[in-house]
Design a protein around this ligand. Sequence first.
Ligand SMILES: C[S@@+](CC[C@H](N)C(=O)[O-])C[C@H]1O[C@@H](n2cnc3c(N)ncnc32)[C@H](O)[C@@H]1O
Length: 229
Amino acid sequence: MTMETMDWDGAYREDGFFDGPPPWNIGEPQPVIADLIRAGAFRSDVLDAGCGHGEVSLALAEAGHTVIGLELSGTAVAWAQRTAAERGLTNATFVQTDITAFTGYDERFLSVVDCTLFHALPVDRRDAYLKAVHRSAARGADYYILVFAKGAYPAEMASKPNEVDAYELHAAVGRYFDIDFIRPAPILAKVGSLPGLPDLTLPFDRDSLGRLQFPGYLLRAHKAESATA
Ligand SMILES: C[S@@+](CC[C@H](N)C(=O)[O-])C[C@H]1O[C@@H](n2cnc3c(N)ncnc32)[C@H](O)[C@@H]1O
């Protein structure tokens, strides 16, 4: 299975192909995104693009933000809705939709966060995705993307995320948004459950909880004040 043919709902279902939660679900937001939340980088309303189980959305809501998580997997959306209800968070909403074709939020969001969605999309859907996000962003809105860097996974791995290099990322996002920076940033994953990945050979450090720190990029961009939807 490649990102082009990935069964995303199967990644989250109990009878799906992972033994437990998917490896990218670390039970909390990626530390790089958590740092941004703590630093006050986000402004409501926030779009969490490809929110999965909603760890980022839930942390944003707990920090007082109004957040909407959009996600393809109905199983993941149901999980996120259940967790928000359990935590009494009424400021987080989750909707099942295709992020490359969503409508109905024109110029709504002051912040957009893409926590490891970008490399999960087929390469030929990136432009449609960026166009849809651009339409949903208010003028001056901030956009954060955390994405795997090229080389994060072994070249021989049959099915792996669509990693990027910094130039490719800049060129894709720069078609719609003004780029503020792209810098190296780690992405944590519980690699033990990644099918087909020879994790012992991966040359990356683990954090204190044993999670592998993959190389990634953090991009920040913004929608120009003069932009039209
Ligand atoms: C690597 S996971 C990241 C999930 C979450 N942001 C996190 O940090 O745990 C990528 C997510 O993008 C979702 N996704 C993939 N293609 C999508 C699409 N076309 N529209 C919406 N969500 C999509 C997947 O279902 C999955 O939940």
